[in-house]
Design a protein around this ligand. Structure first.
Ligand SMILES: Cc1cc2nc3c(=O)[nH]c(=O)nc-3n(C[C@H](O)[C@H](O)[C@H](O)COP(=O)(O)OP(=O)(O)OC[C@H]3O[C@@H](n4cnc5c(N)ncnc54)[C@H](O)[C@@H]3O)c2cc1C
Length: 453
């Protein structure tokens, strides 16, 4: 059986960073096993920007971030095997995977679990009603629209105000759907404030806090949902029902760490979250098996997942060499500002903090945490601008993630998203960063490839 110093299960940002960390800390042989046909994990379908500010100091789309993370891992000499689905892990670290070449079994000096998370479904939250077509998790809809060019519906309701739901509200709107409501049981949105601002408020999408869906109607296809107000004990208040005719419902109601492989190896899981239980060195209850990223604990920023992945990889390499382990970086991501943008304030969207900034009539700016906040707020008062991220259809039928090379006027974003739906990408190979359309808006802004297709 082939031996590796470190085997990493999952090639998302956590696994890729772990590969880099392990190699840089002395592991001679590192293997990443990824079940998908490419590395990058969930980020491949997140075509919007906002990734990488902490780790790379620039605003990247998900596919751009994934490409950088993959390049870094490969540059260290780590082996990356895609279309390799891990189906078994023993406590003494024998890893079994199903690959294109057949069954693969390897023995690992140490293992890093980086298997990510999955979304909660309708079954998990038990909404009453019929079972028509047209009900998706937000991530499944994101995958269909952003990687397969399949539109999920025209009149859409979103349950849950997590970041994926908010991002999808904007994406659906830019793709020509009407998002009728985002419905949230809590009295606060659960996503980042900047996403409430740039994904809902920018497009006038109503957000109903303290409400839930109490009925689903439709035979073949979804026809309507019933929304009800919740009381302080989270129970629907009779008489508050509103029927919303719609053809599609997206669920953005939470993520569950994916840990079947960890469980097989006997690693302790948190009974409430299903995340792997680790000590501060990211070591699970099974010696030599480490965990990072969303399979350990759902983090809302990929940047923090990568930082954690580096430590998990470094510690996995240290374990095999009998070196001391390092504590993981402080977890700051889930403490990011969340809330509802305050009337009269501007929520800065330049970073995940979402500072609430005010501009007085004489132009004085308050509340910004950095100079970018001041610049953003002054521009927002004068003439709001946004970067447009979308996809172009390539002649071979694949979708290319694209973004504008700079911001364009906010009121032009929907107009240009619509126009770009009819403009094909140039034929031939396309490399990330390539200018695909030179100044298509007549605003000295190009359209550039923001990932691979
Ligand atoms: C739908 C969705 C949308 C998101 N949008 C954003 C966003 O806009 N901005 C942001 O900052 N964060 C976003 N996140 C969170 C962000 O994607 C995560 O923080 C980050 O991707 C987690 O990295 P990870 O490596 O832990 O997991 P993932 O990115 O999920 O990667 C896990 C990888 O493990 C692989 N895998 C799992 N099981 C196996 C197996 N048995 N064998 C082989 N491979 C396996 C999977 O195929 C996957 O590639 C989103 C998350 C989800 C679920």
């Amino acid at each position: 059986m082939k031996q590796y110093d470190v085997v990493i299960i999952g090639g998302g940002p956590g696994g890729l960073a772990a590969a880099k960390g392990a190699k840089e800390n002395g592991a001679r042989s590192v293997l990443v096993l990824e079940r998908d046909s490419r590395a990058g994990g969930i980020l491949n379908q997140c075509i919007h920007d906002g990734f990488g500010l902490i780790r790379y100091g620039s605003m990247l789309t998900g596919p751009e971030y994934a490409l950088r993370a993959e390049k870094e891992a490969r540059e260290t000499g780590a082996e990356l095997l895609t279309e390799a689905m891990v189906t078994g892990l023993t406590p003494d670290r024998v890893v079994t995977a199903v690959t294109r070449q057949g069954l693969l079994q390897v023995k690992a000096g140490a293992v890093v679990l980086a298997t990510g998370c999955r979304e909660r479904t309708r079954g998990a939250i038990a909404i009453p009603g019929t079972r028509p077509a047209g009900i998706y998790t937000a991530g499944a809809a994101q995958n269909l629209m952003n990687t397969k060019n399949l539109m999920v519906g025209k009149r859409v309701v979103i349950l849950g105000s997590g970041d994926i739901g908010l991002i999808m509200a904007r994406r659906l709107t830019l793709e020509g759907a009407q998002v009728l409501a985002v419905i949230e049981a809590r009295e606060q949105p659960s996503g980042l404030e900047r996403n409430v601002s740039q994904c809902l408020y920018d497009f006038g999408i109503p957000l109903h806090l303290g409400h839930t869906i109490t009925n689903i109607q439709g035979r073949k296809r979804l026809e309507a949902v019933t929304m009800s107000r919740l009381d302080e004990n989270n129970r629907p208040i009779p008489g508050t029902e509103i029927v919303i005719p719609c053809d599609t419902l997206l669920l953005s109601v939470g993520l569950i760490p994916e840990n079947e492989i960890a469980a097989q190896a006997g690693a302790e899981l948190d009974p409430v979250t299903n995340g792997t239980v680790t000590d501060s060195f990211l070591h699970t209850s099974v010696p030599g098996i480490f965990a990072c990223g969303n399979s350990r604990k759902v983090l809302d920023l990929a940047d923090f997942v990568s930082l954690q992945g580096i430590t998990a990889g470094r510690n996995a390499a240290a374990f095999g060499q009998g070196l001391p382990l390092e504590p993981m970086p402080r977890e700051t991501s889930n403490a990011m500002a969340k809330g509802l943008p305050k009337p009269g304030t501007i929520t800065c969207i330049r970073c995940p903090k979402g500072c609430r900034v005010t501009v007085s009539p004489d132009g004085r700016v308050k509340g910004n945490g950095c100079p970018k906040g001041e610049e953003y707020a002054l521009q927002e008062v004068k003439a709001p601008q946004r970067v447009l991220t979308t996809t172009l259809l390539a002649p071979d039928g694949s979708l290319i993630p694209v973004k504008t090379s700079g911001p364009i006027p906010k009121d032009q974003v929907s107009v240009w998203a619509e126009k770009l739906r009819t403009i094909p990408a140039p034929a031939g190979p396309i490399r990330p960063g390539q200018i695909l359309l030179r100044d298509p808006f007549g605003m000295k802004v190009d359209l550039i490839a923001a990932g691979k297709h």
